[in-house]
Design a protein around this ligand. Structure first.
Ligand SMILES: CC(C)(COP(=O)(O)OP(=O)(O)OC[C@H]1O[C@@H](n2cnc3c(N)ncnc32)[C@H](O)[C@@H]1OP(=O)(O)O)[C@@H](O)C(=O)NCCC(=O)NCCS
Length: 158
């Protein structure tokens, strides 16, 4: 990579920023790559326009390689989606995104966080546990695609 004067530019690190309706196309590409049963463009658009949730995107050299969608209602945050491009996993990006979600939701007044995750999703469960999430329940055959159980997790946001 070079700058306009032709000088080499050092590789930029990952940048995490709030996304808006103009970013939905890129989010959808990731969504399709990461989830068999995924959200529609309309769901993302309506949610963002109505302020129902926030989306943070992680870009590397301008390319979106991860995102997290979450809501904050009063003192409760809920993670709806968190995904990293398959070719960019195990580089700490999921952890950076989750850390950013917790910081943003704390700033928005959240004191506890919730999420559900497929019981077979070991990478995600491992990541959530590292950030202080503990299992508080199970929803039997919750997911429409695999009929798998959902594990419900909660954490304090100090
Ligand atoms: C879950 C996911 C977001 C993790 O992203 P990632 O960028 O690979 O995660 P990181 O590199 O930041 O890893 C952080 C921690 O997560 C856990 N982890 C990540 N991938 C793992 C794997 N394949 N197996 C076990 N633990 C894993 C580890 O504890 C890891 O810490 P470590 O590297 O010190 O061992 C990613 O695997 C993904 O997008 N999966 C598909 C979408 C999904 O299932 N999302 C969750 C929906 S609830």
């Amino acid at each position: 990579m070079t700058d306009p004067g032709g000088l080499p530019v050092p590789d930029a690190g990952p940048v995490i920023e709030p996304l808006g309706p103009g970013d939905i196309r890129e989010v959808m590409e990731l969504e399709r790559l990461c989830f068999a049963y995924h959200w529609t463009e309309e769901q993302f658009r309506l949610g963002l326009e109505r302020g129902a949730y926030h989306i943070l995107g992680l870009r590397l050299g301008g390319r979106m390689v991860g995102y997290a969608a979450f809501s904050v209602i009063q003192d409760e945050m809920e993670i709806m989606n968190l995904a990293v491009h398959p070719e960019f996993r195990r580089r700490g990006f999921g952890a950076r995104l989750l850390d950013a979600v917790l910081r943003h939701s704390r700033a928005a007044g959240a004191q506890q966080g919730f999420l559900d995750v497929k019981e077979s999703n070991i990478p995600a469960i491992d990541l959530y546990r590292k950030f202080g999430f503990n299992q508080i329940g199970v929803r039997k055959r919750y997911y429409p695609d695999t009929r798998e159980d959902a594990l419900l997790f909660r954490c304090d946001i100090p």
